[in-house]
Write a protein that binds this ligand. Structure first.
Ligand code: SAH
Length: 395
């Protein structure tokens, strides 16, 4: 006799979000668990009346108690299923390889592989397994990636805090090949070195690719200020686009060292200043000194890691935007971002509008910005939206 498949039985009326194909089952929706599943095991998610809703990966310590693999009862979640999902995600990125060899290949829920992130830098892959389900199928995922891409170097950066919420220890290191030295990539003609071992996330903010291209397009003849510059992504894009000078600020000495190495690799000639400083203080100083810029980028870290940080984060976003708007010369452009999932696009826009009012500056909204199209979101999973930005012009 086969053992009955483990199941999550939902409370009455708690099936609505799954009916709408939202891929998460919250702990509060679960009435009981049957069949003793281990973390990462596939469970059947059942409505209170016993109706089948989904096959999902079980995560006993997380408030997201299960993440859906499929809403189709007829499917079996096995190695072939996972491998096919990986292969499909990689195939969807194939047309996006033009112009850059840094690309997100797998983006979690958006690619129906919850908790699994894969980035490609040239021939180097970087994997993050951030859920029990991704952890359970880690070997299968890596084999499928190698098969689908032909890349033989795979490094793991499963060191994001999301893993702790899943009850998983952090883990980093090579899975295939050696730990790489900084990997050279070329994005729209600009060379960057990516530290996949010690850099942020998987080493580079691939998600800003389209916005870097937009900055490049508008940089000609402008004096540029790039705040929270990290390894120089926006600065070098602006210089490639013909910026006449650039000032870049970051608190991290390592990030600035890498940024300057990147700048040297490209051989740009216009004057460039790299400041190791707290942006909040530096903006005050630049204002006091009477400086003016024609293009400013504000791409700070996540000020609101969760909903309870929204008020403090809103004040911080407002402060930097207010100062940046004052530092802009008339006709100057502001590219301003928030990567806090807890700050929605509407709220962010209101914060920036408040900043303009308090700065006494009139500004036009030219564009809404978002992560590049290698970072899709599932339309039924609004939590997948994190990076939002605005392109403004000071009147
Ligand atoms: N704009 C970057 C990514 C920014 S990541 C890119 O496109 O690649 C956030 C950066 O802000 C990190 O490099 C971090 O060192 C820096 N940082 C965080 N808080 C800061 C502060 N208060 N002042 C200056 N830099 C800060």
């Amino acid at each position: 006799m086969t053992r009955p498949e483990p199941a999550l039985h939902l409370k009455p009326a708690k099936d609505k979000s799954l009916q709408r194909r939202h891929p998460w089952v919250y702990a509060g929706a679960v009435e009981r668990v049957s069949g003793k599943p281990a973390p990462g095991d596939t469970v059947r998610v059942l409505a209170a009346d016993g109706r089948f809703l989904a096959h999902a990966a079980f995560s006993p310590s997380s408030v997201i108690r299960a993440r859906v693999w499929t809403f189709d009862e007829a499917e079996t979640v096995d190695a072939a299923f996972i491998a096919a999902r990986v292969q499909a995600a990689v195939a969807r990125r194939e047309p996006l390889r033009d112009g850059s060899d840094a690309l997100r290949l797998v983006f979690g829920e958006a690619d129906a592989l919850p908790g699994c992130i894969v980035d490609r830098y040239g021939a180097q892959l970087v994997v993050q397994c951030l859920s029990t389900g991704a952890e359970r199928w880690r070997e299968t995922i890596v084999d499928a990636l190698v098969a689908a891409t032909g890349c033989t170097a795979v490094y793991e950066r499963s060191d994001a805090s999301a893993r702790e919420r899943e009850g998983l220890a952090l883990r980093t290191g090579p899975i295939r090949g050696e730990a790489p030295a900084p990997v050279p990539v070329v994005e729209h003609g600009v060379r960057y070195r990516v530290d996949v071992v010690g850099g942020h996330k998987t080493g580079f903010y691939i998600d800003q690719r389209d916005s870097r291209a937009l900055v490049r397009e508008h940089a000609a003849g402008r004096r540029v200020l790039n705040c929270f510059c990290y390894t120089g992504g926006f600065t070098l894009a602006a210089r490639q686009g013909g910026a006449i000078e650039a000032t870049s600020i970051d608190a991290s000495a390592e990030a600035l060292a890498m940024a300057q190495a990147n700048e040297r690799d490209n051989g740009f000639e216009a004057p460039s200043t790299w400041l190791q400083a707290n942006v909040f203080d530096a903006l005050k100083t630049l204002l006091a000194e009477g400086r003016r810029y024609d293009l400013i980028v504000l791409d700070p870290p996540k000020f609101a890691p969760s909903a309870q940080h929204v008020d403090a984060a809103s004040r911080a976003y407002k402060e930097i935007n207010l100062k940046a708007l004052r530092l802009l010369a008339p006709g100057g452009l502001l590219f301003t971002f928030s990567c806090s999932g807890a700050i929605g696009a509407d709220l962010f826009r209101r914060i920036v509008a408040d900043a303009a009012v308090d700065a006494g500056v009139d500004a036009q909204l030219l564009r809404h910005l978002a992560a590049g199209i290698d970072h899709p979101m599932a339309i039924t999973h609004p939590e997948g939206e994190y990076l939002k930005g605005l392109m403004l012009r000071r009147m």
